[in-house]
Design a protein around this ligand. Sequence first.
Ligand code: HEM
Length: 355
Amino acid sequence: MGGENISPRLNRRALLGAALVAGAGAVSVGGFLFAENGIGPARLTARRVVDGLQAANGFVPGYRRNHAKGIAVAGRFDSTGAGAELSAASVFRPGTYPLSGRFSLAGGKPFATDTAAARRGFGLRIALAAGEEWRLALLNIPVFTDASAQDFHDRTAAYAPDPSTGKPDPARVRDYVAAHPKTAAALEVIEQHPATASFATSTFHGLNAFECVDANGRRTPVRWRLEPETVDVTAASGDNQLFTSLARDIRRGPVRWKLIAVVGIRGTDPTDDPTVAWPADRRRIDLGTIVVTEIATETAANVRDVNFDPLVLPNGLAPSDDPVLQARSAAYAESYRRRAGETAVRQPLRAEELA
Ligand code: HEM
């Protein structure tokens, strides 16, 4: 995964190539099948997961099949150097590294109405020397709702709006949660951490575990957290209230988050299940500060053609044994492959209009 630093255009082509190669045969990674089998019992594939997102959200060509509503940002990561204790990654040497990013609302509707409680995401691409990159995609919830790609897929279907009401069917949701105790437990934890009313005051969580690898090959499990430094935000209202408030905050001055590595204890803290929180007293390493300085409409020149694939990692970072990571990577590539070949019918959210 390391060593991938390609322009958006090349990146798009490389991913299309990867999708085509995957299409040539069925490859199972982490129990998740990359391509259709054609025979035997129905197995979950990236294609079926993305079909499920389209069925639940409606199909809008040209946009991400999840986190469709979003805006581009740019800034830098000021690294403290403290991460070097755990990982040989160049990003943990003291210094400043440029980043591009994308704030988004969860869900596949590019023109959804913002609400103060909306679940939201932050994708980051940190550019490193020698062609390396570190990509992350985080959410403002403390644990993930699903322990596997199958659960993600089934929950997407269970929560899909009922055509007659435009809202999820409460009985179907209740039955789903009752049959998925891990999701039920995660939802309880999530309820105890209500969303803040703005992007700038949101804590973002990497949720899936990763491995830090040092120069001697010693591995340490970690989870990432972005903790906001902003306390005072500019209130906004209307259909784009979250994005308007973000635009006003960034135009007023840089918006910052501390990037923290929460250090897991091997054998005690689960690395393969993002629905389970690690104990609150785990050691935390202050890796540095994410500083967001610019905001712009998504275009080909910034993050429209970026896939915030969580498996694009520099040397010194590695995936954990969490099968959700492999599933995400395959589903993001499938979503990317589809949208790269489409023309959007409407302009995305326009930064210029968020005044
Ligand atoms: C099996 C579980 C998951 C599936 C199938 C899934 C699927 C997707 C898909 C299809 C996209 C659109 C990708 C694109 O077109 O570029 C997406 C975007 C995103 N996902 Fe996930 N996701 C999963 C879990 C997660 C988790 C655990 C997190 C956070 C830790 C997360 C955070 C995000 C974010 C922030 C974006 C938006 C990135 C951007 O702005 O491009 N997802 N997801």
